[in-house]
Ligand binder design. Sequence first.
Ligand code: DNO
Length: 354
Amino acid sequence: MRLSMRWFGPAHDTIPLAHIRQVPGLVGVVTTLYDTLPGEVWEKAAIKALKDEVTAHGLLITGIESVNVHDAIKAGLPERDKYIENYIKTLTRLGEAGIDMVCYNFMPVFDFTRTELSHLREDGATVFAYDQAVIDTLNPNKMNEYMARISEGFVMPGWEKERVAELTRLFELYKDVTDEALLDNLVYFLRAIMPVCNKYGIRMAIHPDDPAWPVFGLPRIVGTLDSLQKILDAVDDPLSGITLCTGSLGTRPDNDIPGIIRALSGRIHFAHVRNLRHTAPGVFEESAHPSLDGSLDMYAIMKAFYDTGFDGVLRPDHGRAIFGERAMPGYGLYDRAIGCGYLLGLWEALQKQD
Ligand code: DNO
């Protein structure tokens, strides 16, 4: 596995690459052009500048997280072909720059959803948390304002201001989009981009819905083994794969994550490995990475990756805010670095006991 960390670029991330570089075992970062909007073609010069900056710090860009997909593509609007063309142009430029893994998601309107970004735990750490009962009281058209209020001035991935400025219109777009139609739209998109992915060897890694169930009545199709398998079978190209996000899939206690890893091995191009704690049905809070702090068996998860010969990009995921660090919620350095040490330790033990 190629251990990496997420980095949001010089203008948005508070963590310098020089510090990320000091985390043992890291090969590189997954990053993005955070100021681009879904549907835009990425500028060659901007891709080059990002790459130069990362390599100047002795790290690689091990993948892009994310090239976001325009809602016209997800909703299957007539103008989707134009946005798919743009996506293909971006992939071409990334391919030319030697980038070979791209994460994306197919969640309508919103990316990941939480009700708290700074939920206080008993030890004073703060974490992301979710409570379905709270979501049920919120006005979906005001969800952007809610997120802006809880994000402490940081721009959260998937919640960029311009992107969610028109929530009412976006909700309207999906009024008649069923789960089946959303899957058809995903398949249409994947079929269109696979030739360019094959030309440059770019592995596409769809990120699961988070939480892995419908929110605000919007269709959702990426949350269980069956739904992932359906996507992989529909476009049966080895380069069309998934991001195995333990935290997103783990929002459903009925998801057997090591089983999913074993079942989908070969098509997992990217791994997000973190833990969370279920507190009640539809209620969870994120936790530190180790098994002892959450509901997931992290050893069993890493063992499933190890046993199936996983050699893709793997990163710790959201960290707790600890040690007084002031950083984008979920993406401070300290707890993610602790997570890296833990995951690397599990991996070394797995290697040595073989
Ligand atoms: C949140 C992340 C998501 C994820 C995207 C992938 O912190 O897990 O924003 O990166 O859904 O496209």
